[in-house]
Structure formats: C-alpha cells, structure tokens
Design a protein around this ligand. Structure first.
Ligand code: KIV
Length: 289
C-alpha cells in the first residue's frame, strides 16, 4: 500500500506544535527506504554525495546528471518523507532561467518534491523564480559548503554581532522570498535560536544547537560509514564501516577456505537429469577425443 506523502503544511503544523522535524541525507534506494521506515520527515539528496559516495574532497564537483540519478533512486524509496534535491554548484548561480530549468529537471525527471539552494543575496531572485514556477524551495545559510572558500573554510558562521545580524536578515529575506524551510548550518546556538523564533517557517539545524525546529545530519555520519573526518557536530549512531569491513573480510575468508558456498546456497537438479546430462557430455567429449 502506498503511504501518503507528508505535505509542506503538515511540516509547518508539526513545527508549530513544537514537534521536532527530522531530516537525513540519502543517496540511494535502500537508504531512502530505511529513512522512510524509521519515520523520518524529510530526506535530502544532499550534494554532500560528492564527498560521501563519489569520493571527491568537496561538494563542488557534484553535477546535475549525478544528482538526478541519485534523486531518482531516493524518490523511488521514500514514500512518506518529503524528498528535497540539493541543487549542485553551478546549477543555479548563473541565472534565474538556468535555475528554473535545472530545478524543473529535478521535479520532472527525478520526482523530487522540492529543491534546496545555498545562500541568500543573489539566491533570493532564484528562490522567487523557482517558486514562481511552482517549485518549493528550502533555503540554506550559515556554513554553505559550496562557497566554503569564500567563507574562509569549513567553519562556524555568525560569530560576531554584525555577522549574526546579517544571518538573521538573510533568513528573513529567504522566508519573505517564499522558502518553506531553512537549513542553518554551523551557526552559534543562540543565533540559531533567535532566527528560529523570528521566522514562521521551520528551521533545520546542523551544528546549530538544540533550539531549531528540527535537525538534519548526513547519513554517512549518522551510520559511521564515512572514512573521512566528520565535523564536530556530527553524532555517530552506529559504526557500520567496521561492520561492513568485517563482513567482507569474513566473506573473503570463507571463499578462500572453501567454507562458502555450502549446500544451503546451491541449486540441485533431478538425479536422472543430471545422469543424462553427464553421460551426454562425457560421450561428446569421448567422440571429440
Ligand atoms: O549536502 C548536504 O548534505 C547538506 C546538508 C549538510 C544540509 O546540504
């Protein structure tokens, strides 16, 4: 039975009732199914895929074609959670028209429910254009990895009164432009709390303290699947890389020792069919010899 997709209104109502929203990234069908089964509200096909699944050292190289393949797999697996596709670097920076063209591809070709864009300032006109085209937009401010070099590296943002005030202004501007929610990444907790109180749309914090309307983490950090360095704010809830490596080592060991496969993993055939097959095959090889 197909379950009903969570709506933007429901997300807002949940947040208004003080129920915390939960979002996780996912990049394939099985993890989307698991996020759905675990009752998560939003699944983000993050451009963090460039690092977690494609092996790049930053999110910048993620392409539209790669993100479309991943988003398609996730939307097949996530029935109830809202699926948000992250617009990769270069897909929305050039013009409103290009942003709309690319966001439409996420909705039409990959069945995404919404898209996420990093930044404010020039991003505001993109948000207006996308919403004008009927595509819901999630904003993302604070540490925006696509522009980490401009921000002085992967570091917390809004740590002075002036920078915190600018973040608040950006948040209000994104809400006014029509974003249905806002990611706050690596923002001091009191600043994230003030922004969350001032906005009507739900905020989703990552490294921004407990007073956001919800929290988001990268799946590979949650599962302990990422071999690279995880940020300070990432909490590990499992250690799957050790589990997976152990399983692969046991598999290799059993193949090499002959312990796998056993009869349990092997197909049989009726005895007379086998006898006929073997006698035919041996007669053939005698005739050839
Ligand atoms: O790409 C991503 O995973 C993200 C989250 C960290 C919010 O943007």
């Amino acid at each position: 039975m197909t379950r009903r997709k969570v709506s933007l209104t429901e997300l807002r109502e949940l947040a208004d009732r003080g129920e915390r929203l939960v979002m996780v990234t996912a990049y394939d069908y099985p993890s989307a199914r698991l996020a759905d089964a675990a009752g998560l509200d939003i699944v983000l096909v993050g451009d963090s895929a460039a690092m977690t699944v494609l092996g790049h050292s930053s999110t910048v190289p993620a392409t539209m074609e790669e993100m479309l393949v991943l988003t398609r797999a996730v939307t097949r697996g996530a029935e109830r959670p809202l699926v948000v596709a992250d617009m990769p670097f270069g897909s929305f920076q050039v013009s409103d028209e290009e942003a709309v063209r690319n966001a439409v591809r996420f909705v039409k070709e990959a069945a995404a429910d919404a898209v996420k864009l990093e930044g404010a300032g020039p991003t505001l006109s993109r948000v207006l254009a996308l919403i004008g085209a009927g595509i819901p937009v999630m904003g993302h401010i604070g540490l925006t990895p696509q522009s980490a070099t401009m921000l002085g590296g992967f570091r917390a943002q809004g740590k002075t009164a002036e920078k915190a005030r600018r973040l608040l202004e950006d948040a209000v501007a994104l809400e006014d432009a029509g974003c249905f929610s806002l990611v706050l990444e690596a923002v001091p907790a009191p600043v994230a709390e003030e922004i969350s109180e001032r906005l009507s749309i739900p905020t989703l914090g990552i490294g921004s303290g407990p007073r956001c309307d919800g929290q988001v983490l990268v799946l590979h950090d949650v599962l302990g699947l990422y071999e690279g360095r995880s940020p300070k704010f990432a909490k590990r809830y499992a250690n799957l890389s050790t589990e997976i490596r152990g399983a692969l080592e046991r598999f290799a060991g059993e193949v090499r020792s002959g312990a796998f496969p056993t009869e349990e993993h092997t197909y049989a055939m009726p005895e007379q069919e086998l006898a006929a097959f073997l006698s035919g095959s041996r007669a053939g090889s005698r005739a050839e010899g």
